[in-house]
Write a new protein. Structure first.
Length: 274
């Protein structure tokens, strides 16, 4: 049966193919595609400040979606290969590469099959913002990442903080709503009428399956895959409005309102293959 059931994988693919088409239109500028075409980077201050110099590095971007970060990293001099299971995302990424004249390779396929699909080894494996929540087996993911890295290469991961993901904003208050971890065979099932960018185009394929991974499980998976943790940061900023109450913090980042008790909205890590 594999890591995902065929039905779950098909449902997730269907909604992401539909969302990708909406995201590529970028009707409200959520993805800032026109600014990207004009030469701006889509990297946020968090990842841009932590990943280091990528010039001349061979980089695999897992779950690259429509390829904006992949192409931004290629503009910085990286030799980039992006991987995504959504055919619409990969097609869109290839079009953006052709339009902008940026050299990058995009491959369609399941992240768990990355070792088979991608040739050679990489200096950096890059995965950011809304990726691992779509994966039921975090340990298997870490093992795949490790298999892609050359000795001395590193994983860079930036994600929404699992602590924040427990909450839902209800009547202006943050209420614990979701379990802090999700069994592989009991995913969170959502039925969203529109995609997360705020564009009101109705989705036909609304159902999606996601998994909550505690920070301890993520770190343990990385360590068990024999990667050495080099950096672990928690951030009070996030690149999207996880809760309606979040306020702009500049640079397309958001934070909790002034006067609220602070807690981390995101985390990031680097882990090296020795």
């Amino acid at each position: 049966m594999g890591i995902l059931t065929e039905e779950t994988l098909a449902l997730n693919k269907a909604t992401w193919n539909e969302r990708a088409a909406i995201h590529l239109e970028d009707a409200n500028g959520f993805y800032a595609i026109e600014a990207f075409r004009a030469g701006q980077s889509t990297l946020h201050a968090i990842e841009a400040g932590e990943i280091g110099d990528v010039s001349g590095k061979r980089l695999a971007h897992l779950q690259c979606h429509i390829g904006l970060d992949s192409l931004s990293l290629a503009r910085l001099g990286a030799d980039v290969t992006g991987l995504d299971f959504s055919s619409a995302s990969v097609d869109g990424a290839r079009r953006l590469a052709a339009e902008t004249g940026i050299a990058a390779t995009f491959v369609e396929g399941d992240v768990y099959e990355a070792r088979r699909l991608l040739s050679g080894h990489f200096d950096i494996v890059y995965s950011t913002w809304g990726t691992i929540n779509w994966l039921p087996d975090i340990q298997r993911w870490a093992e795949v990442v490790a298999s892609l890295l050359r000795p001395g290469g590193f994983l860079y991961l930036a994600e929404a903080h699992p602590f924040a993901l427990v909450f839902e904003e209800i009547a202006g208050r943050l209420e614990p709503t979701y379990a802090w971890q999700t069994p592989r065979n009991e995913p969170l099932v959502s039925d969203s009428p529109v995609t997360y960018t705020g564009v009101e185009t109705p989705l036909v394929h609304r159902r999606a399956h996601e998994w909550m991974h505690p920070l301890s499980a993520i770190i343990a998976a990385v360590i068990h895959a024999r990667l050495r943790l080099e950096l672990l940061n928690e951030h009070e900023l996030l690149p999207w409005k996880l809760f309606p109450m979040l306020e702009p913090a500049g640079g397309k980042l958001y934070r909790l309102p002034e006067g609220m008790v602070r807690f981390p909205l995101a985390f990031s890590l680097k882990a090296v293959r020795d």
